[in-house]
Design a protein around this ligand. Structure first.
Ligand SMILES: [Zn+2]
Length: 706
């Protein structure tokens, strides 16, 4: 496809497509002559969560979702509940809450009035995307029918000019795409989610009907009329999302206009002037490269960063890379919760100031933690740097994982780090009128296999650990199978069987998580030889090549360990991570956590839930008692019948009962000490909290050093 299309070609293409669009649509697929050519290299089946196969600045390429089969273990139950319960029940709720009737009323199939907020269309699209990803792991006719039965009505509701939205139509048609509506109306946000859904469905089935509908919105409606040129109207994304969808579309169409439109949205257009506070809130409208900190609406900021990284992966634009690194440092140095959640403030669903990380009031929307994972996945692709995989894993196992109940039908919008049910707050709900988080969680769990591995010219990267089977290929085309056997994250041992179809040399990059203080690695029962650092033997003298000695590299936390060798079918790698429970402190500037510690075991953050503590124990009164060896006091046991099977931790603690002056709000610092008694504290993984009856919960607990 020619990257440049002249204005004349462009106008005539738009005109002919407008003619075609007035023809009656009689089938699920559109007319053949409308179809934009899609890249077949790689084919739709071989495209991953992101199709980075031809992205010049992507060091790592994605592996398709279907290439990784997740077997029994930590994620298998969650993923089964997602397909059996979450996705079907969400479909019913979307129907009951009028989300589909919004489309049907536009095509004469429903008399129901419009229902739901301006962004309601995106609920359907995110749910479709979840189904698209689920289908990438294997066909399922019942799931496929859920899309087929709804997609017809959605596609039929597309306007002749390509516009598709159920809110700014009929009585609100005059408000369509006005600057104010672009700011608040989520038209492009909805279409961004439509494109992501269409992409996931296409990669599952090869059916491009949805994609063609999205392309028509972009090519026929947006591009001819909106853009930076003086003869076009200005465009604002309002809620970033379209940016990343457009770059992914570019990866399929090769049409530079799609990439340029993404860049234009990231740059902003001064013709749509926002109030200063709204440049902050919307995280768009002014040049992305002028940003120096994370602020404003957290989901918007994370999606903007994801889209900007996508743009970088295609262009290598240094200004973008500089900004992305500045923002990433801001994230991990002062604005991310230990759970990987982001967005501290409920006011504006926003990032707080540096170190403003309240626990009970934490907003930490599920969508924002998902956005954090999406952004770091892209930064990882750009660099192969394990620090991004660490953030992904932190968010995935904790702040995202907490968002869906073990039953699969209750969802968190907020994911606070402490909770008191007496406030009346109900954290896990089946439905929210702003139901962004539930289908976002569903699409994330459904796409999980696509995040396990990456490939580079040098070999294969292992990002995540689970009982699983990879059937894919090296970048030189050599078919390879990798079987992982592990009880991760409950146990630290991961055994790999690496089987290229023929003996071949490459590097297996094994991620050593930053929390693993000591890691052992062996290959076929012996030490791995890191031939990269093979040095000449100083004792051998002479210049003979055969006189070199092998240098064994110690696995270092927070890096990928490169095992470079000639691999034969059945070669075995054994890695043992240190998953012992540890006490974690936060920076003293996080005022709420002063004197407190959190418990982390492997990638999992733990918490106290009131109902696991001895009768009558208030979490507000407890502290963890530690000896000289801070991390020595834990005992652990795997409880298979508790919370679908979890490792619980026990630790000695103290209950202090404030009495006398100390029970007042304020009192003299030399008031007599409170009486205290010993207690055994029981910790569960944070993600599993509030899956029994409501009970107080806290992640950060005071530490009493003895
Ligand atoms: Zn959300």
């Amino acid at each position: 496809m020619s990257p440049r299309v002249t204005r004349r070609e462009f106008v005539s293409a738009a005109a002919s497509s407008a003619v075609i669009s007035r023809l009656p649509k009689t089938s699920f697929s559109f007319l053949a002559e409308e179809k934009v050519p899609l890249s077949a290299n790689p084919s739709w089946k071989e495209q991953g969560v992101l199709n980075l196969a031809n992205s010049p600045y992507a060091k790592l390429k994605n592996v398709p979702v279907h290439a990784v089969t997740i077997l029994d273990g930590f994620w298998s139950g969650r993923r089964a509940a997602n397909v059996k319960t979450s996705i079907p029940s969400m479909g019913k709720l979307l129907e009951v809450n009028g989300r589909m009737d919004n489309f049907r009323r536009l095509i004469g199939k429903s008399d129901a009035p419009q229902r739901g907020p301006v962004y309601s269309d995106s609920d359907i699209y995110k749910w479709w995307e979840a189904i698209g990803f689920a289908l990438q792991s294997g066909d399922n006719s019942a799931l496929r029918a859920l899309v087929e039965n709804t997609a017809k009505d959605v596609m039929a509701a597309q306007q002749p000019d390509g516009y598709l939205n159920t809110y700014y139509v009929r009585e609100r048609a005059a408000d369509r795409m006005t600057p104010k509506t672009q700011q608040w109306g989520h038209e492009l946000y909805c279409m961004g989610h439509f494109l992501q859904a269409a992409t996931a469905y296409y990669r599952a089935t090869g059916d491009r009907a949805l994609l063609d509908t999205g392309i028509r919105f972009v090519n026929s409606f947006l591009i001819p009329s909106y853009g930076p040129e003086a003869d076009k109207k200005p465009l604002l994304s309002g809620h970033p999302e379209m940016e990343l969808a457009l770059v992914e579309l570019y990866r399929m169409t090769g049409d530079k206009r799609h990439l340029n439109l993404a860049e234009y949205l990231l740059r902003g257009d001064s013709r749509i002037a926002l109030k200063p506070e709204n440049y902050v809130y919307h995280f768009c409208g002014k040049p992305f490269t002028s940003r120096t900190k994370l602020e404003g609406h957290a989901v918007r900021a994370m999606y903007a960063c994801s889209g900007a990284t996508d743009y970088y992966l295609e262009t290598g634009d240094e200004m973008y890379w500089k900004t992305l690194n500045t923002l990433w440092s801001d994230l991990v140095s002062s604005k991310m919760y230990i759970t990987g959640g982001v967005g501290a403030r409920s006011d504006g669903e926003a990032f707080g100031d540096p170190f403003e990380l309240p626990n009970a009031q934490a907003y930490t929307e599920s969508c924002a933690a998902i956005g954090n994972m999406m952004w770091n996945w892209r930064m990882l692709a750009a660099t192969g740097d394990a620090k991004y995989a660490d953030v992904m894993e932190r968010a995935l196992y904790n702040g995202i994982n907490s968002g869906m109940s073990l039953s699969g039908n209750l969802y968190c919008y907020r994911n606070p780090l402490s909770f008191d049910p007496s406030t009346g707050d109900v954290i896990r709900n089946e439905w929210y009128d702003t139901t962004c988080c539930p289908p976002n969680l569903e699409r994330t769990f459904a796409s999980l296999p696509g995040y396990f591995y990456g490939t580079s010219k040098e070999g294969i990267y292992v990002h995540l650990f689970h009982n699983s089977e990879l059937n894919w290929k090296l970048e030189d085309g050599t078919p390879i199978k990798i079987v992982q056997k592990t009880e991760y994250p409950w146990k630290g041992v991961v055994e790999f069987e690496v089987s290229p179809v023929v003996p071949v040399s490459f590097t297996l990059f094994v991620r050593i998580p930053s929390w693993s203080d000591s890691t052992a690695i062996s290959v076929n029962g012996g030490l791995p030889i890191d031939s990269i650092v093979r040095k000449k033997d100083p004792n051998a003298g002479g210049s003979n090549n055969s006189s070199s000695v092998a240098i064994y590299k110690i696995p270092k936390a927070g890096e990928y360990y490169p095992v470079k060798q000639r691999w034969s079918p059945g070669d075995k790698v054994r890695v043992e991570f240190d998953v012992d429970a540890k006490l974690i402190e936060s920076n003293a500037r996080v005022v709420e956590n002063n004197g407190r510690v959190a418990v982390q075991r492997g990638p999992l953050v733990y918490c106290l839930e009131g109902l696991d503590q001895p009768e009558g124990t208030s979490l507000a009164d407890v502290s963890i008692r530690s000896g000289k060896n801070l991390n020595a006091g834990f005992s652990e046991s795997f409880e298979k019948d508790l919370l679908d099977g979890v490792v619980t931790l026990k630790h000695e603690g103290t209950v202090s009962k404030a009495s006398g002056a100390r029970s007042s709000l304020y009192f003299s610092a030399d008031a007599p000490a409170s009486s205290s008694s010993k207690v055994t504290l029981t910790f569960i993984p944070y993600y599993a909290w509030l899956n029994r009856r409501p009970s107080p919960m806290q992640v950060w607990t005071p530490l009493q050093r003895s």
